[in-house]
Design a protein around this ligand. Structure first.
Ligand code: GLP
Length: 242
C-alpha cells in the first residue's frame, strides 16, 4: 500500500485526478472502476476541467461502477447512474454505451448480479478501481459481514449506511434498503486500486483499514492484501495513523 497524505480535500482530489489522468493517457482504452459518494466528486470535477482544456480524452475508455440502489431508475436523481451522468459522463467524451452501472430496476437480483458479472468479464476486468470508504469500512456496498462476498450481489444496507446516506434524500424512508454491489473478489482483481478518504469523521475507520486485522467486519481491510493499492487521503483522515 502506498499512502499519500494531502493537505485537504482539494489537494486529495487533484492528486487522485492525476492518477486517473495518467492511467487514461498511458492506456487509452482503460477500464475504469468508478465510485459514487461525495468523496470522488472533486476528482471528477478536476477530470472534467482537464478534458475541457483538451488535456484528456475518454473516447476509448470503458467504465464499470461499483454499485446501484435496488429499485431506483436511472432517471431518479438519487440513483448512482444519475450521479455518474451528472458528475462526470455528461461533461466528457466518454461513450455512454460503454459506461456500466448495475441495473437497479432489475427485480430479479440473481439476474441483475449475473448480468453485471458478465459485463465485467466481457470488458476484460478493471485496470484502475476508484474507491471511497464508508463510515463502517464498506467499499462499494460491501457491508461488514462474517465473510467476504466474491462477486456482484444484493445487499441489505446497514442502519449506519442508511443513516449516512439519508442526507442525499428528502426523507429517511426514501433511502432504498437494498443495493446491488460489485463483490470483493472483483474489486481485488483490479490491476490497481485508488482509495480516496477525506475528513476527520473517517480517521478511525481508515486507521482500522490500514493498521487493523484483515477482517470482513471491516471490508476495506482486505485491501492490505492487494499488491497495488494507492491511498490518497487528507491530513484529517490520516490523523489517527502515526
Ligand atoms: C456510499 C457508496 C460508497 C461510498 C460511500 C462513502 O455508500 N456506496 O461507494 O464510498 O458511500 O460515501 P462518501 O464519499 O459520501 O462518504
Amino acid at each position: 500500500m502506498k499512502i499519500y497524505k494531502t493537505r485537504d480535500y482539494e489537494a486529495m482530489s487533484k492528486k487522485a485526478a492525476s492518477v486517473i489522468a495518467s492511467q487514461v493517457t498511458l492506456k487509452t482504452d482503460s477500464v475504469l472502476g468508478l465510485a459514487t459518494g461525495s468523496t470522488p466528486v472533486g476528482t471528477y470535477k478536476q477530470l472534467i476541467q482537464w478534458y475541457q482544456e483538451g488535456l484528456l480524452d475518454f473516447s476509448d475508455v470503458t467504465s464499470v461502477n461499483l454499485d446501484e440502489y435496488r429499485g431506483l431508475s436511472p432517471e431518479n436523481d438519487q440513483s448512482y447512474r444519475y450521479f455518474m451522468n451528472h458528475n462526470l459522463f455528461d461533461h466528457v467524451n466518454i461513450d455512454k454505451n460503454r459506461t456500466y452501472v448495475p441495473d437497479g430496476l432489475e427485480k430479479d437480483s440473481e439476474v441483475a448480479c449475473r448480468k453485471y458479472d458478465e459485463i465485467i468479464e466481457r470488458v476484460g476486468g478493471i485496470d484502475l478501481q476508484i474507491l471511497g470508504l464508508g463510515h463502517n469500512g464498506h467499499i462499494g456496498f460491501n457491508e461488514p459481514s462474517d465473510c467476504f462476498e466474491k462477486t456482484t450481489h444484493c445487499v441489505d444496507l446497514t442502519e449506519s449506511t442508511i443513516e449516512a446516506n439519508k442526507r442525499f434524500f428528502e426523507k429517511e424512508e426514501d433511502v432504498p434498503r437494498q443495493a446491488y454491489t460489485m463483490g470483493i473478489q472483483t474489486i481485488m482483481k483490479a490491476k490497481m486500486i485508488l482509495l480516496l478518504v477525506s475528513g476527520e469523521g473517517k480517521a478511525q475507520i481508515l486507521h482500522d483499514v490500514i493498521c487493523g486485522p484483515v477482517t470482513p467486519n471491516v471490508p476495506a481491510s482486505i485491501l492490505q492484501m492487494h499488491p497495488n493499492v494507492i491511498v490518497i487521503a487528507d491530513e484529517a483522515a490520516l490523523s489517527k495513523i502515526k
